[in-house]
Design a protein around this ligand. Structure first.
Ligand code: GTP
Ligand code: MG
Length: 198
């Protein structure tokens, strides 16, 4: 799929204020610093479209980007980022939950996992949680440029084995590096295939 243009539309803390035009949305979630915003920039070939940072907690809002005037990429705040204070944490949690569980336009949630680590409790819990709510999702292993091929394959196999302890089937899995721009075609084709069926 060719991305002819992509542009920022709106940032929100309130899901009710997100775009109401009913266009399909593909959102990115995962722990802070996993590379959600970088992946959006890589997919759209538009450095600086989504704001990135070396410091976790950069994205604090629900950000909508329109692609080819037809569908949205949605950049979400990371989970697991230690917000200052309980009120802040709760607000962020509610905002993510409202969007992920209740947003009708959400067609697929990409859950990003840093390929360097062994399965983390917080990610597994999140995957279970969205599974229980029947949210359609896929997994994206990020930062693959940081591992050798053999190490990556080992980590991936370990992750799949862990998932199969509680799931009968594996979700679609993508491997990406925003730095090397790898995995781009696969992800965009996946989105295009779903869009074609809508
Ligand atoms: P929050 O908005 O804080 O939740 O983080 P995020 O998930 O949006 O992460 P972001 O895209 O801001 O990237 C975090 C850091 O990881 C930045 O320093 C990026 O340059 C780096 N990074 C992201 N993707 C990759 C990648 O594929 N390879 C490498 N080597 N670094 C990456
Ligand atoms: Mg971000």
């Amino acid at each position: 799929m060719e991305i002819k243009y992509a542009s920022f539309v709106v940032s929100n803390t309130d899901v009710r204020k997100c775009p109401q035009d009913g266009k399909p949305e593909y959102a990115f979630i995962g722990r802070s610093n996993v590379g959600k915003s970088s992946l959006i920039n890589m997919l759209t070939n538009h450095a600086g479209l989504a704001l990135t940072s070396q410091t976790p907690g950069k994205t604090q809002l629900i950000n909508h980007f329109i692609v080819n005037g037809q569908w949205y990429l949605v950049d979400l705040p990371g989970y697991g980022y230690a917000q200052k204070g309980r009120a802040g944490r709760e607000k962020m949690h509610n905002m993510i939950e409202d969007y992920v569980i209740h947003r009708e336009q959400l067609i697929n949630l990409f859950v990003l996992i840093d390929c360097r680590h062994e399965p983390q409790q917080i990610d597994l819990e999140f995957i279970t949680y969205i599974g229980e709510h029947n949210v359609p999702f896929s997994l994206v292993f990020t930062k693959t440029d940081k591992l050798s091929h053999s190490r990556l394959n080992l980590n991936l196999a370990a992750y799949k084995a862990k998932l199969l302890e509680s799931w009968e089937e594996l979700p679609p899995i993508f491997l990406t590096s925003s730095m090397k721009k790898s995995g781009r075609e696969e992800l965009l084709e996946y989105i295009a295939t779903i869009n074609a069926k809508l």
